[in-house]
Design a protein around this ligand. Structure first.
Ligand SMILES: *Cc1c(COP(=O)(O)O)cnc(C)c1O
Length: 226
């Protein structure tokens, strides 16, 4: 079933790219495997998936050694500062940097271990109280500070859009983040390091792609309900 689901998602990705004149190679599919067993990750791996998203450090530590080494793990969930040490050398990208203090902790650990960590800044575009992240108007300021850190690079922005019935309701959220991404690049606040816009989940990834997403995070649509 995982294989069929993946094929279905890829087909919808292609359609969304066609509709918006984008190249499918510019959009990376992250298979969000949180709570799912290693056997299911392997099914996805065998069907070509290489990027996996997890939201708990413990699950990354457990699953990663059981999956072939060319698989890439992405930390997409809220990261506590005391867990940074355990995860920074296990993931290719931390999508969920939601505060300056967390960025500082990542910088400190990366420096201590002589590593370099790629991160995204999580943006709470819809200003939901239940969600983490910077507000849109805080991003520039945060980026100015964080882009001076020596052992991490801000690769882009990430958002978790509200849960909605009709994905069109989230189009405006994606547009806003996309516009901020373009503004930041044109003002060169990021020193040219930003290339990733991580937005879109099972319910709304096609709209997100139409609005410029370069990484979609799909869980339910590949692995079924959690
Ligand atoms: C769980 C999760 C997803 C995937 O959600 P689905 O609706 O199952 O596709 C994407 N991003 C984040 C940050 C998540 O926690």
């Amino acid at each position: 079933m995982v294989k069929e689901n993946l094929m279905e998602v890829r087909k919808h990705m292609e359609e969304a790219c066609l509709r918006s004149g984008r190249n499918i190679d510019d959009v990376t599919l992250i298979a969000v495997s949180k709570t799912k067993p290693v056997e299911m990750l392997m099914e996805a791996y065998e069907a070509g998936a290489r990027d996996f998203g997890e939201n708990k450090v413990q699950e990354i530590l457990e699953k990663r050694p059981q999956i072939p080494q060319d698989a890439r793990f992405h930390m997409i969930g809220h990261l506590q500062r005391n867990k940074v040490r355990q995860v920074i050398d296990k993931v290719v990208l931390i999508h969920s940097v939601d505060s300056l203090r967390l960025a500082e902790q990542i910088q400190a650990e990366a420096q201590k271990r002589q590593l370099h960590t790629d991160i995204l800044l999580e943006v709470n575009v819809a200003r939901e109280e239940s969600k983490y992240g910077f507000f849109l108007e805080e991003v520039e300021e945060a980026l100015k500070e964080i882009s001076q850190f020596s052992h991490l690079t801000v690769k882009g922005l990430m958002t978790i859009a509200p849960f909605v019935e009709d994905p069109e309701e989230n189009r405006d959220i994606f547009k806003k983040l996309s516009q901020l991404f373009i503004d930041i690049k044109s003002k060169n606040i990021d020193n040219g390091t930003m290339s990733v816009l991580s937005m879109g989940m099972t319910g709304d990834y096609q709209v997100a792609i139409e609005e410029g997403s370069t990484m979609i995070r799909v869980g339910t649509g590949i692995f079924g309900a959690r």
